[in-house]
Structures are given as C-alpha cells and as structure tokens.
Design a protein around this ligand. Structure first.
Ligand code: BGC
Length: 442
C-alpha cells in the first residue's frame, strides 16, 4: 500500500485532560475526600491519598513528560476548596501555586485550558446544601471572579463546569457521587443551578477578559435503540438523548432548560457558549424497560460482540465520536474534544482505540466541522472517582505507592501524532496493523 497521511489543521490543540481531585492529592477539604472516608463508596475502599502528588510538586515532571511528548496544550482544573477554604477566606498561597503551574505550561509552550469545577466542591458548600443551595450560582461566581482576576493573564480557554450531565446523573439518580441521592425531587433544581452558575460565570469571565473563550465540557453518550424497529426502544433512546446529551447545551443556546416534562426559562443563559467541549467515551444500546422509571425506562447495555475495555467500562465504538461531533454542529460554535480515552492497564486496546477515535475526528475535520483540539484522558493513571484506582486511564502508568511513572507504548504513538499533526499509514502499521485496511483502504 502507498504511504498516506491524514492531516489535521494547523494550530490544532493536542494535549491531555486532568482534574484537580484526581491528580493533586491531599485534597482533604472537599466533598470527595469526605465521601472516600465513607465505607462502601469507593471500590475496594480505596482513597485518593496523594493521588499523582501534583500538590507535592510532581506536576513539573508530568508537564515535562507531556511537553517532551509533543503535546502543545493541557486541560487542568482548579480546586475550589483550596482557593477558598472557608466562605470568608481566600488562600493566596494556593493561587500562587496554580499561577506557578500555569506559568509552567507557558514555559513549556503549552496552551492551558482551565476547568473551574470538575466534580469536587468545598466542604463548606456541601454543608450549605451543595448544588441545591439557592445561592450556589452566586457563590460559584465569586470563586470564578477571584480566579480570573488572579490567573486570567495565563488563560483564555475556560470550562466553567465539567459534565453537569454526569454530575446530575451520578449524584442525584445513581448514588455514585456525593451527595448520593436517588431522587428526582431536587434534580431539576440542581440542573437549573448549574445552568445559572454557568451563565453567571460566562458573563463574569467576559467582563474581566475580552479575549476569553468560555464553554462547558459535556459528556456525550451515543444512545442507539436496541431494536431499531421498536418504537418503545426508540422512544427510550430519544428520551435519554434529550435529557443526558441535549439538556445543557440546548439551555445555553436558547436560554430555556428542558428536562422531560419540566421547562424553565433562564434568559441570562442564552448564547453563553463560545465553544462546546465534548467528552466522548462510548455508545450504549437502549431497550425500553417499564421497571426502570428511575433510569428513564431504559436498560442500557453494550452489544454482545462489542470490543470491551479490560474492566468492561467502555465499548470501543469510534463512530460515536463522529456522531458526537456531527451533533455538536447544531450549536454553531467551535468544538473541542475535551476528553476521550480508555482504561487499559496493559495498553493492549489503547493504541487501537486512540487511532480509531482520532480517525473519526479527522473525518469530521475533513467535512469542515470546526473541531479545534483533542485532549486525551489522561496523562498519568489517576484516581477514578467511585472506581478508585481500579481503572488505569493514563498514557503513563503510575505506581501509587512509590509514585514511579512508567511509559506505556501509547505515549510514543500519541507523541508522533502530536508532532506530525498527522496520522500516517506508517504509524498505524506499527501500532495497530489490524486496523490499517480500514483506515487506509487500498
Ligand atoms: C470525567 C473524568 C473521569 C473520566 C473517566 C469523565 O466522565 O470527566 O473525571 O475520570 O470520565 O472515568
């Protein structure tokens, strides 16, 4: 076969995504730390502990790794509980530390994308009712204002809230995340508060920074009716799609939040996304099930012949990436893949998964979809929330005890793609020859 290259646009952002609680360690003043202390919350009773020890300074060596591997961008989050340890107190030394990290990215020639809320929150907010508290948007806004004033000179790309849809589902329907509710009651109020908080933050950031680009990172899940002929399966898949995927970005586009039969006008949210961040991991089959009202009458599963990740968490369905980007077009804003990856300690599936998903991103780019960057989840194995350390999403393997890092083969694979801004047939032949004919047909 002749050599061929799949080129990405000039200036494309290539990086990894991380989140404060998952990498920093010793975040003792937030709701996740408290959650980890409760028996039965985290697989095997595991704890985040030192995590990847970024708060102990190891972000330096990890940023070196990323930069040496040709990544030109990095997405990280700022831990609210560190910057504002009590409602009436700002910790300037924490701000200095984040400033140093952002300078560290700049020195390495990497563009930062900063997430202002990635699942964890200060304990004092939890005590006030967390995202159900009527004043939460205002409280979040004060934090955002402080951050943009202190760190704005280093950052133009802001994600206000990471995956409001996952937080809502995992914390208010599935009992996986704190506050561990399983109840429709407060859910709409929480969704409303996420939307209001994002809108307020959006306007604040723009007031302080003319050049800012502000959006959310949404977890896009592809939902396919299990039996395409079944109107009930189609109905259930649609209902899941409209609540999980559409609800938040729709609200930010039109200024109205809709969830099943509920609807609320939030006019200040209208037109508050400069880009849409998409986190794409997998696709579900959806079958209608009357016995599952709490899961919107849906039984979700992977196809029996799907290629599964080692813990069965992810089915490798790269076409869903293209579907997600195509869907994202309707918002008429630039699109950024803010997360995509797979838990795979032995790195058997990751090379293939990575190439296949990037191939779909490339396809989208070639249809002229406005895709501006890709952030892999994640740089180094980290603390995976309720799944603890049982899932290894890192390009680099982490020994949690010794803090030693070891390179997985995907590091060099991704590094070559980042350096060349290209997926070459030669690279695919070396890392995943089994998919070569599919990606580069004769
Ligand atoms: C989250 C990350 C998480 C990843 C893999 C995403 O839903 O934003 O924090 O670690 O999925 O589980």
């Amino acid at each position: 076969m002749a050599q061929a290259n799949l080129l990405f646009p000039r200036g494309f952002l290539w990086g990894c995504a991380t989140a404060a609680h998952q990498v920093e360690g010793q975040n003792t003043n937030n709701n996740w730390w408290a959650w980890e202390q409760q028996p039965g919350r985290i697989i095997n009773g595991e704890k985040s502990g030192k995590a990847c020890d970024w708060w102990g300074g190891r972000w330096r060596e990890d940023f070196d790794r990323a930069a040496e591997a040709n990544q030109n961008a990095h997405r990280l989050s700022i831990e609210w509980s560190r910057v504002q340890p009590a409602p009436d107190r700002w910790d300037e030394s924490a701000l200095d530390y984040y400033r140093e990290m952002l300078q560290g990215l700049a020195e390495r020639g990497m563009t930062p994308m900063v997430t202002l809320h990635h699942f964890s929150e200060p304990l004092w907010l939890t005590e006030r009712g967390s995202w159900e508290a009527p004043e939460v948007a205002e409280l979040f806004n004060r934090f955002v204002e402080k951050i943009v004033e202190a760190l704005g000179e280093y950052v133009n790309l802001w994600v206000t809230i990471n995956e409001p849809n996952v937080m809502l589902t995992s914390a208010y329907f599935m009992d996986d995340f704190p506050p561990g509710k399983n109840d429709f009651g407060p859910a709409f109020r929480v969704a409303e508060n996420f939307t209001k908080a994002h809108a307020m933050a959006y306007h604040t950031i723009h007031r302080l920074q003319v050049s800012a680009r502000v959006g959310i990172a949404l977890n896009y899940r592809s939902f396919t009716p299990a039996r395409s002929w079944s109107p009930l399966d189609r109905w259930a898949a649609n209902l899941l799609g409209s609540s999980f995927n559409h609800m938040f970005p729709d609200a930010l586009q039109i200024g109205r939040l809709r969830f099943i039969a509920l609807s609320k006008s939030i006019p200040q949210a209208k037109g508050t996304q400069d880009f849409l961040g998409i986190n794409y991991y997998s696709r579900d089959q959806v079958a209608f099930n009357l016995l599952k009202p709490g899961e919107l009458f849906a039984r979700r599963f992977y196809l029996p012949d799907a290629e599964l990740s080692p813990t069965g968490f992810i089915a490798n369905v790269p076409e869903g990436m293209f579907e997600a980007l195509k869907w994202g077009l309707k918002f008429n804003v630039p699109l950024i893949i803010t997360e995509n990856g797979v838990e795979d300690a032995d790195d058997h599936l990751r090379p293939r998964y990575l190439i296949q998903h990037l191939h779909q991103v490339w396809r989208a780019v070639n249809f002229n979809f406005p895709v501006k960057g890709y952030f892999h989840w994640t740089l180094v194995d980290n603390f995976e929330w309720e799944r603890g350390w049982s899932q290894r999403f890192g390009l680099w393997e982490l020994d949690v005890e010794t803090q030693a890092r070891r390179k997985r083969p995907s590091v060099d694979l991704y590094s070559e793609i980042c350096r060349e801004n290209t997926i070459s047939s030669d690279l695919v032949a070396r890392y995943a020859p089994e998919i070569l004919p599919k990606i580069f047909p004769d």
